[in-house]
Design a protein around this ligand. Structure first.
Ligand SMILES: [Zn+2]
Length: 155
């Protein structure tokens, strides 16, 4: 098996845990939701879709920090119950092979390129974006909803 040239960076556990604490004290921008259909609520911590009946927390996350032109804060889900952070970080997460757009950023968080997976493999698109030496990281987002899904760094 060939070594991947990338590393998947799921949401840090501290952020998932903070969201779980925030929702228990009724923080206004943290909503507790029961997933109603498969493929509606991707957990950014374990990188799996919530199954119908599973509870998830919806809250805003600053994927690109404030104070920069491309600053971006948007809604993400994590499982309401403890889940295991995605561990196979040298493998592209199987549940997100479709419906993602990949945005390449430089070291200063400027958006420098973006590609939709169109018939090719996501690994190929990621590799192409990293061929640009300016690319510091790549963010996978929902192609329809725009929401941040996970980050990809060079291996
Ligand atoms: Zn999860």
């Amino acid at each position: 098996m060939k070594r991947s040239n990338f590393r998947i960076i799921p949401l840090p556990t501290e952020i998932a845990e903070a969201a779980r604490r925030a929702v228990t004290v009724g923080t206004a921008d943290h909503a507790l939701i029961t997933a109603s259909s498969p493929g509606s609520s991707p957990c950014r911590h374990c990188l799996r879709w919530a199954q119908p009946g599973e509870r998830v927390i919806l809250f805003p996350y600053a994927a690109i920090p404030s104070g920069r032109p491309y600053a971006e804060r948007g809604p993400i889900f994590v499982h309401a119950e403890k889940c295991e952070r995605y561990r196979a970080t040298d493998e592209y997460p199987a549940e997100f092979r479709n419906g993602r757009v990949f945005r390449a950023y430089d070291l200063n968080y400027n958006l420098i390129d973006a590609q939709v997976v169109n018939g090719s493999e996501p690994e190929t698109v990621i590799q192409e974006l990293f061929e640009n030496p300016e690319t510091a990281f790549v963010d996978a987002r929902s192609v329809t909803h725009g929401c941040f899904t996970f980050r990809v760094q060079r291996a």
